[in-house]
Design a protein around this ligand. Structure first.
Ligand SMILES: Cc1ncc(COP(=O)(O)O)c(C=O)c1O
Length: 355
């Protein structure tokens, strides 16, 4: 039951009950090092990022380094806020910290648990290097832990990067993948020296997040319902990922799935010579929406073709059918290609993949 306090104007940083629940939860599941007063509840990561883009220039930081490939929507969002961005390449261990250092920036946005979109998990050495960089340049790491709750590898998932350098990291989490994006619920874990600044900026944006949603989410955490929900959906997503990988192995043996078994999407690397945009268009003609790797690439230059394939919202049978259709689409590019085997009507959308 919500009492008078929950129905009054909420505190701008979030309901104390939720901040306390989140501090405990993030410590338990992501090993984050925080106290409730360092947690700010936001309208998803989008609002957290918007607050940070307003705060950084006040600290003399006008450029934010981004992983390349990365989230093109986020890049646009950051640039529209007036910040500059500089793309830093990602290799098999994560962001290239030498290149980051050379760029001379003092702030970077990373997805260390499951790089977006490649799915690579940042190696322990690279995590250490990144933290050393942040300490040396007195910089800031923004850790976007957008799907860190979904981990299907047999070995334990790495802790939040924030646990290595809480004074130099803003950790960002969201309910968009664990529950639904429409909730617009996220949270930041903020280093001490940024706390007042971000609160001041936030209070110019709004008067805090919806108190009833916050109360409900605190209850989900405190009663263990969130844990139970996550156990259930994790097992569902794990099965979907397995079926997807099986279908890829059978139908698209020339494709290589890179990155960790985690999150809600997979990244398929395709052999050199594949015309990625023709493949995406041919898949769409078969009612399968996949995104080409090009969409996420920032620096100019030719890279191997790839596809980002989301599997969270498709039933198992739909996944195999979608990969079958991608294979069929790819076959169109073979010399002397045979015609499409089976064109699905557009209403029979078999694949709705990640944006
Ligand atoms: C890379 C990445 N970061 C963060 C988010 C979450 O953003 P928000 O919390 O604003 O929905 C998403 C989308 O779910 C994403 O793809």
């Amino acid at each position: 039951m919500a009492g008078t306090a929950e129905l009054d104007y909420p505190l701008v940083n979030g309901l104390p009950a939720l901040r306390e629940a989140l501090a405990g939860y993030l410590g338990r599941v992501r090993n984050a090092r925080t106290t409730p007063d360092r947690v700010m509840v936001t309208a998803g990561f989008a609002q957290g990022l918007s607050l940070l883009c307003e705060a950084l220039p006040l600290l003399g930081i006008r450029t934010l380094a981004l992983e390349d490939p990365g989230h093109s929507g986020q890049r646009r969002f950051i640039e529209q806020s007036g910040m500059h961005t500089v793309p830093i390449p990602v290799d098999a261990e994560g962001i290239d910290v030498d290149r980051l250092r050379e760029s001379g920036v003092r702030a970077v946005l990373v997805t260390p648990a499951h790089q977006f979109p490649t799915g690579i998990t940042m190696s322990p050495q690279r995590r250490r290097q990144l933290v050393d960089w942040a300490e040396q340049v007195d910089g800031l790491i923004i850790e976007d832990d957008y799907d860190g709750e979904f981990w299907f590898e047999p070995h334990p998932r790495p802790s939040a990067l924030q646990s290595l350098a809480p004074g130099h990291t803003v950790y960002a989490g969201t309910a968009s993948k664990t529950l639904v994006p429409g909730l617009r619920l996220g949270w930041l874990v903020i280093p001490d020296h940024l706390s007042h600044l971000l609160t001041r900026i936030r209070s110019r944006h709004d008067l805090g997040s919806d108190g009833i949603t916050q109360r409900a989410f605190a209850e989900l955490i405190n009663t263990g319902m969130l844990d139970r929900h996550l156990r259930r959906v994790r097992s569902r997503y794990r099965s979907r990922r397995e079926v997807l990988l099986q279908a890829v192995a059978q139908q698209l043996p020339q494709a290589k799935v890179i990155g960790s078994s985690a999150g809600l999407h997979a990244f398929l690397q395709l052999p050199a010579g594949v015309d990625e945009s023709a493949l995406v268009a041919a898949a769409l003609r078969r009612s399968v929406l996949v995104y080409g790797a090009q969409r996420y690439q920032f620096a100019p230059g030719v890279r191997p073709a790839g596809l980002v394939v989301g599997y969270s919202s498709l039933p198992l049978a739909g996944l195999s059918a979608a990969i079958f259709a991608v294979r069929d689409a790819l076959d169109e590019q073979a010399p002397g290609a045979r015609p499409a085997l089976r064109e699905l009507p557009v209403t029979e959308r078999t694949g709705v993949l990640l944006g």
